[in-house]
Design a protein around this ligand. Structure first.
Ligand code: NAP
Length: 307
């Protein structure tokens, strides 16, 4: 049985990530009280109706009052404005964290607003779905996943440890990183793959010669998985690419070089190149399955292609 880690937790933003954190905290008794707010009256009303947090309030200023932990769970591009709004209302000595998918840009936008004595500790749960909004959260989202923790320059070690204790209690393993390194790692494992999925689905959509029904009916696992990724929230992903520009462009540059090499191997009939390349990438997949980060069940554990 877990015990209370923070007496009062405030969520600014009540979507997939905040909702999942709040539900898990309630299930396991990790917070004395959870308070939350969102930008729109509609989200606040849904959150209250489904009891997503203990108390829904109308403004971020109200939410953070007397909170021991403040969780910024809005798109990366909105973090700075939210930080400016809450700064005068923060409890001295509290911890402010974010769950944004990019870290250097969040540091740049948030840190200048925070008063001395407030501990800023960034966090990025490497867990998510293509769904968003207050109804999309579920308590198990972070189980057996990683949470990347990126401490701010002034954060006390005890504040960092306490946030890590929370993420461990939510079911995640912890990886500590510097903001720029975080952004590069995420460009490789998440941001560039999302852009490639968006592109592939866009190409299929553009191909007038392929009937829409053909794309839907015959979509084998490969394309179907691209469409799942490409259904992710447009605001969130717009902000990710605008704020993790350098690392994403670096990875896309390398990706393009590799793609040209594969293109050339296909044109010249260089089967050895293709075979060796695919053998290497298959080993990467095996490593992910062995690390328990995915299932090796055929078709990702889905029973039939229609599910
Ligand atoms: P979400 O379900 O779309 O929820 C976003 C929340 O932010 C909503 O409550 C929304 O309010 C609010 N919001 C949107 N724009 C805003 C603005 N300009 N100012 C103030 N509030 C605003 O998003 P999410 O998936 O939970 O993502 C939240 C954060 O987690 C993002 O920074 C994202 O990068 C990060 N993250 C996401 C995933 C993922 O897979 N989804 C994984 C890891 C980290 P309304 O509903 O009222 O519009």
């Amino acid at each position: 049985m877990s015990s209370v880690i923070y007496d009062r937790v405030a969520f600014v933003g009540l979507g997939l990530i905040a909702g999942s954190m709040s539900l898990a905290m309630r299930r396991d008794g990790l917070a004395g009280e959870t308070v939350g707010t969102a930008r729109s009256a509609e989200t606040r009303s849904v959150a209250a109706e489904i009891n997503l947090v203990d108390r829904v309030v109308d403004s971020a200023a109200e939410a953070v009052a007397d909170a021991d932990l403040v969780v910024l769970a809005v798109p990366v591009g909105a973090m700075g404005a939210v930080a400016a709004e809450i700064a005068p209302h923060l409890k001295p000595g509290c911890t402010v964290t974010d769950v944004g998918s990019v870290k250097q840009a969040v540091f740049d936008a948030v840190l200048p607003h925070l008063p001395t004595g407030v501990h800023f500790v960034g966090a990025h749960p490497m867990a998510g779905t293509e769904h968003s909004g207050p109804r999309s959260g579920f308590a198990e989202l972070f189980e057996d996943r990683w949470c990347l923790v990126v401490p701010g320059p002034e954060a006390a070690p005890a504040a960092v440890k306490r946030l890590e204790t929370l993420w461990t209690a939510l079911g995640s393993s912890i990886g500590r990183m510097e903001p720029k390194h975080h952004d590069l790692v995420c460009a490789v494992v998440s941001h560039a793959p999302h852009l490639i999925a968006y592109t592939m689905v866009g190409v299929a959509d553009d191909m007038q010669r392929v009937d829409e029904r053909e794309v839907i009916n015959y979509s084998a696992a490969g394309f179907r998985d691209f469409t799942r990724i490409a259904a992710s929230d447009p605001t969130m992903w717009r902000d990710v690419f605008l704020t993790n520009k350098d690392a994403t462009l670096e990875i896309l540059g390398r990706f393009t070089e590799e793609l040209f090499a594969l293109q050339r191997a296909i044109r010249t009939g260089d089967g050895d190149h293709l075979f060796d390349y695919f053998t290497r990438t298959r080993a990467v997949r095996r490593g992910i399955v062995e690390a328990g980060q995915d299932t090796d069940a055929p078709n990702f554990g889905r029973g039939t292609a229609k599910e």
